[in-house]
Design a protein around this ligand. Structure first.
Ligand code: SF4
Length: 153
């Protein structure tokens, strides 16, 4: 059903729990920032992101090769739900799910706001074309790849 100019979009009127599965999925802006390898400091438990893509990620377009059954291929892949967002402080600050959970609304570059998927990359928030493939990096070199993807936020 078309949304009239005066009708507010679902992401401004519904809570995360009230959204349909399709609405929930549409919140993902496809930035790919959550799909990189991460390192946890054993002392502080702080989690750092890297510029190395998960083995399932197409590093050129930031899309998962096996999105529907990704947990079968990567068992520790975290599937977001309205109930686990409170435990995911490592999610990028720009993430649409995190933004809505924190009451910040969608960014003005989000595809649901602009109507264009390209607006994510144009705003500097896509990892597409900016990652090393997992199989190209030795594990001991991962600390050299720590990257602050929130810098553009
Ligand atoms: S960080 Fe959030 S918006 Fe970006 S790809 Fe991951 S789930 Fe989607």
């Amino acid at each position: 059903m078309p949304v009239s100019a005066t009708e507010k979009p679902f992401y401004e009127t519904k809570s995360l729990h009230e959204m349909s599965p399709a609405e929930w999925e549409s919140l993902c802006d496809g930035c790919g920032k959550c799909c990189v390898l991460k390192l946890e400091d054993v002392d502080t438990h702080i989690i750092y992101s890297t510029d190395v893509g998960c083995k399932l990620l197409d590093c050129e377009n930031a899309r998962c090769h096996h999105y529907a059954d990704r947990k079968k291929h990567v068992p520790d892949c975290v599937v977001l739900t309205p109930d686990n967002l409170s435990h995911l402080s490592w999610m990028p600050k720009s993430c649409a799910y995190r933004r809505l959970y924190e009451g910040r609304g969608l960014a003005d570059w989000h595809p649901l706001v602009t109507g264009r998927a390209e607006s994510v990359a144009e705003a500097g928030h896509s990892v597409a074309g900016r990652l090393f493939p997992e199989d190209s990096i030795d594990e001991e070199d991962l600390p050299d790849h720590i990257t602050d993807w929130d810098a553009a936020e």
